[in-house]
Ligand binder design. Structure first.
Ligand code: NAD
Length: 522
């Protein structure tokens, strides 16, 4: 079968990442040589990473302990003393080479993402492309990092601001974007002059090791010290240690709101900085003037893509009452076509892969049971995919109302809640009436409607789109959301400022002391 050949090929390519030919499914990932100090992993805990697609054991990995992590911070701190003094454009040159290294490994890393996380191969490739894109963006940024110059109220004075790196940046990432989210943080942090330590999800450690091997090739070729980008592939205890660690200037944490709440409190207690990218509960508003073909295609991709496991997945579809029956009918038809394309993520015909694990399947079933108890009606799907077994599910469409407790929560699975509205104000109120505030979209050809949605009385989310779905952001914009999504912004625009400290400078180039606000002290 095509799938199996692909898996074999990927195993061979994986072996290349590890530079070891003995890596085969189920073998313990061998200890790395001393030169690769980013990955000591000496804890008692050995994790087998299995593909959610079919349970194949991809490799074993000995997790990093809190003590391993702590030693890495020391290595990282000495690397910082060196790295912060490298001119930013030179740091950008290293990141340019990292981007090229990922270009070289795009196909095999994309396949590994697909195998270990379960997203379809096209989306696996897309994730690696995000790394490449963010590297390019960071290279340009390395010649910018602008500070403003202000006019001073005092004669013969200059007033300006400059930006300095923070030091060690801790990166905690979620399973669903096992490589891209790290790169958003690590590449921007690096051109800003920081060093970074990555605590990936325990569910996708091999992707993290592969990335580290790729960047390590570049660091080694440039004779750079260990510790500029390191990996602490440990469990949540390592994440907690990072949050509480005064040596870590910024903790950038991506994951559930529950995790973010814990990290935010620990970091705030020591007056550190945190950047939080947490759960979403994203809605699309479908107005009467919308191009329905376009809208339904976009909604379907955003609702079932990555099997509903994106933070930006469309979870709520708010439809004008005049359209609701047509939309229900057409979506059920589209979903029944899609349900024939559920399967192994490396199979090119597949549109929907598996959920990450059996617990995620159970959570989806539990959410469906609750929403039905609350009065919701399942219009399509929701069941386990019996013939495929494992973690495969049929994406669900549910008629529900916005205030149902289950609709208010993020269930990390492909459930789309449909609800009617009568006025645009009501639709916008539904969009905003959830605890999360990540992504949102309106489909309309009426300028008044789109502008209202984008106005201060419109969507309260970090991302507001018109005539495109809620997922699939480009790296050039700042990414993140409000309320329980955590308020962080990553990736493009001026998100780099979160990785630096601002210093306001006043220089007196005269020979008299003039005080601000005209204060006299003579
Ligand atoms: P999770 O919260 O279970 O785990 C995320 C990471 O946090 C893992 O590395 C985990 O080990 C670590 N962790 C868990 N508890 C911790 C603690 N108390 N202190 C420090 N670290 C801790 O999330 P998940 O299941 O891997 O991912 C799914 C969630 O992530 C969803 O809620 C999704 O919306 C969210 N997510 C958000 C974004 C975004 O940009 N807003 C992007 C991707 C995923």
């Amino acid at each position: 079968m095509g799938n199996i050949t692909k898996i074999d090929e990927t195993q061979n390519l994986l072996a290349k990442f590890w530079q070891r030919s003995e890596l085969t499914a189920g073998k313990e990932f061998p200890a790395l040589s001393d030169g690769l100090r980013f990955f000591p992993g000496t804890s008692e805990e050995v994790v087998v990473s299995s593909s959610p697609a079919d349970g194949t054991a991809l490799g074993k990995i000995r997790l990093a302990s809190v003590a391993d992590y702590s030693a890495m911070v020391e290595t990282a701190r000495s690397a910082f003393d060196f790295w912060k003094n490298v001119p930013a454009p030179r740091r950008g040159e290293i990141v340019r080479q990292i981007g090229d290294a990922f270009r070289k490994h795009k196909v095999e890393l994309g396949a590994l993402v697909s195998l270990e996380m379960g997203k379809i191969y096209q989306e696996g490739l897309g994730e690696v492309q995000e790394i490449i894109d963010v590297c390019d963006f960071a290279v340009g940024l390395s010649r910018q990092l602008y500070g403003l110059t202000m006019t001073s109220e005092r004669p013969e004075h200059r007033l300006y601001e400059q930006w300095h790196p923070l030091g060690v940046v801790g990166i905690i990432s979620a399973f669903n974007f096992p490589v891209a989210v790290w790169s958003w943080n690590a590449m921007i942090a690096a051109v800003c002059g920081n060093v970074s330590i990555w605590k990936p999800s325990e569910k996708t450690p091999l992707c993290a090791v592969a990335c580290m091997n790729i960047v390590h090739e570049v660091f080694a070729a440039n004779d750079l010290p260990a510790g500029i980008m390191t990996l602490a592939a440990g469990n949540a205890e390592v994440g907690k240690a990072m949050a509480a660690d005064e040596r870590v200037g910024l903790v950038s944490a991506t994951g559930s709101t529950r995790m973010g709440r814990s990290v935010a409190q620990a970091v705030a207690a020591r007056f550190g900085k945190s950047l939080l990218e947490l759960g979403g509960n994203n809605a699309v508003i479908l107005t009467p003037s919308a191009n329905l073909d376009l809208a339904l295609q976009a909604v379907t991709f955003a609702a079932v893509g990555t099997c509903g496991q994106r933070c930006t997945t469309t979870r709520r579809l708010i439809v004008h009452r005049s359209l609701i029956e047509e939309v229900e009918r057409r979506l059920v038809d589209i979903y029944s076509q899609i349900s024939k394309r559920i399967g192994h993520p490396l199979n090119p015909d597949t549109l929907v892969g598996p959920l990450i694990d059996s617990a995620a399947v159970e959570q989806m079933q539990a959410a469906l049971r609750s929403v039905v108890e609350e009065g919701g009606q399942i219009l399509f799907g929701g069941q386990k995919h019996e013939s495929l077994g494992g973690n495969y599910v049929v994406p669900a469409i549910v008629r529900a109302s916005n205030d149902m407790p289950t609709v208010q929560k993020e269930t990390f699975a492909p459930i789309l809640y449909l609800m009617p509205y009568d006025t645009l104000d009501e639709a916008i109120a539904y969009n905003n009436a959830v605890p999360q505030g990540l992504s949102s979209a309106v489909f309309t050809n009426d300028l008044r409607e789109s502008e209202r949605f984008l106005s201060a009385s419109g969507s309260d989310c970090g991302i507001a789109n018109v005539n495109i779905g809620t997922s699939g952001a480009e790296i050039g914009g700042a990414f993140g959301g409000e309320k329980e999504t955590g308020g962080g912004r990553e990736s493009g625009s001026d998100a780099w400022k979160a990785y630096m400290r601002r210093q306001t400078v006043t220089v007196n180039y005269g020979s008299t002391l003039t005080l601000a606000q005209g204060v006299k002290f003579e």
